[in-house]
Write a protein that binds this ligand. Structure first.
Ligand code: NAD
Ligand code: TYD
Length: 355
């Protein structure tokens, strides 16, 4: 079996659902169930013996030691993290605790377990660390996209904590020989994303007739990748990636935020017209995010050239599926958008009056 951490979050849940559609190899899912973890995302696996869920922290060494000894996974895929830049600005401590200290404890547990394995199992073992393009910092308009050799220059507490974890993963390979792999991926979108991130937030607010808050001038650029393409890239790297290497993963789809939000509005106008008028009437420019990175862009040629992965979904097809999914799963959205979520909206948007 494989051990997936953070499997009740957005990408982890998509990864497990896709994995069990494609394989019968069981998944042990270790997730702390923070605000971002939602067991309902995996409700379709209820009663499926191939999915074993354990609520717990990647930083709980005794727990991880017990799980490794009991389940003997052939690989660990580490998704568990605090993942939202805006939350890292309001409260960085959880990011240091999970992304840095938690990853450190997970690596220590993996190292001890791996060192005691028989030679054949030791050679086959993998620790795959799922990371972000944000570790590379921000690009100017004419700069070449990030490659695997771009120096790290993280700008937010989130990206700094992810960069620190990437460095630890690298060091565990170079120092101890732990067979690690790292993926650095661009912005994901798709089903099951918590509605604090740009695309689901805009879908939710638009369907409620609420303002669509655009930070700054709306011209910050991200590269967007449909989540199932990211999951396929991770499976590819796990299967065929060269130990110790990092792979950039991206959608070859750079877009400014305002274009993303306009696309969402146009799809909602088509799929669920609002008698009050086009959804784009709700666009509201608000105070910018401090330290807001201007542009991310990923050069994903290495994973294509060496491992044969490229995205299957275009932005047009992926965003259409995504908007459809949210409209068809409003119950899921309404349930996650309760208590703690409302507190978050107050914290993040209350002092962002329209500009
Ligand atoms: P998410 O916030 O939706 O999910 C994170 C999951 O980790 C949640 O289920 C949460 O309960 C769990 N978790 C948090 N702290 C934990 C801990 N200490 N122990 C165990 N579980 C814990 O995040 P996501 O968007 O699914 O991102 C998953 C991973 O992919 C993260 O490492 C993130 O940095 C990386 N990533 C995300 C994106 C993106 O666009 N979302 C892009 C590139 C890389
Ligand atoms: P986000 O989904 O938080 O991802 P990240 O910061 O990791 O790229 O934000 C994506 C972009 O959308 C980013 O440039 C910030 C912007 N944004 C808004 O303009 N308004 C919002 O309410 C949010 C949440 C994000």
């Amino acid at each position: 079996m494989i051990l997936v951490t953070g499997g009740a979050g957005f990408i982890g849940a998509n990864f497990i659902l896709d994995w069990l559609r494609l394989h019968d190899e069981p998944v042990l899912n270790l997730d702390k169930l923070t605000y971002a973890g939602n067991p309902e995302s995996l409700a379709s696996l209820a009663g499926d013996a191939r999915h074993v869920f354990v609520q717990g922290d990647i930083g709980d060494r005794a727990l991880v030691d017990r799980l490794l000894a009991a389940h003997r996974p052939r690989a660990i895929v580490n998704f568990a993290a605090e993942s939202h830049v805006d939350r890292s600005i309001h409260g960085p401590e959880d990011f240091i605790q999970t992304n840095v200290v938690g990853t450190f404890h997970l690596l220590e547990a993996a190292r001890a377990w791996w060192m005691a394995l028989p030679a054949a199992e030791q050679a086959a073992f993998r620790f795959l660390h799922v990371s972000t393009d944000e570790v590379y910092g921000s690009l100017g308009p004419g700069d070449a996209p990030f490659t695997e050799t771009t120096p790290f220059a993280p700008n937010s507490p989130y990206s700094a904590s992810k960069a620190a974890s990437d460095h630890l993963v690298r060091a565990y390979h170079h120092t101890y020989g732990l067979p690690v792999l790292t993926t650095n991926c661009s912005n994901n979108y798709g089903p099951l994303q918590f509605p604090e991130k740009l695309i689901p937030l805009m879908i939710l607010n638009a369907t409620r007739g609420q303002p669509l808050p655009i930070y700054g001038d709306g011209m910050n650029v991200r590269d967007w990748l449909y989540v199932s393409d990211h999951c396929a890239a991770i499976r590819t790297v796990l299967d065929r990636g060269q130990v110790g290497e990092t792979y950039n993963v991206g959608g070859w789809n750079e877009m400014p935020n305002i274009a993303i939000v306009n696309t969402v509005c146009a799809l909602l106008d088509e799929m669920r017209p609002d008698p009050a008028g086009p959804h784009a009437r709700l666009l509201t420019y608000v105070k910018d995010r401090p330290g807001h990175d201007r542009r991310y862009a990923i050069d994903a040629r290495k994973i294509d050239r060496e491992l044969g992965w490229k995205p299957a979904e275009t932005f047009e097809s992926g965003i259409r599926k995504t908007v459809r999914w949210y409209l068809d799963n409003m119950q899921w959205v309404e349930r996650v958008a309760s208590g703690e979520y409302r507190n978050w909206l107050d914290r993040n948007y209350a002092d962002r009056s329209a500009t």
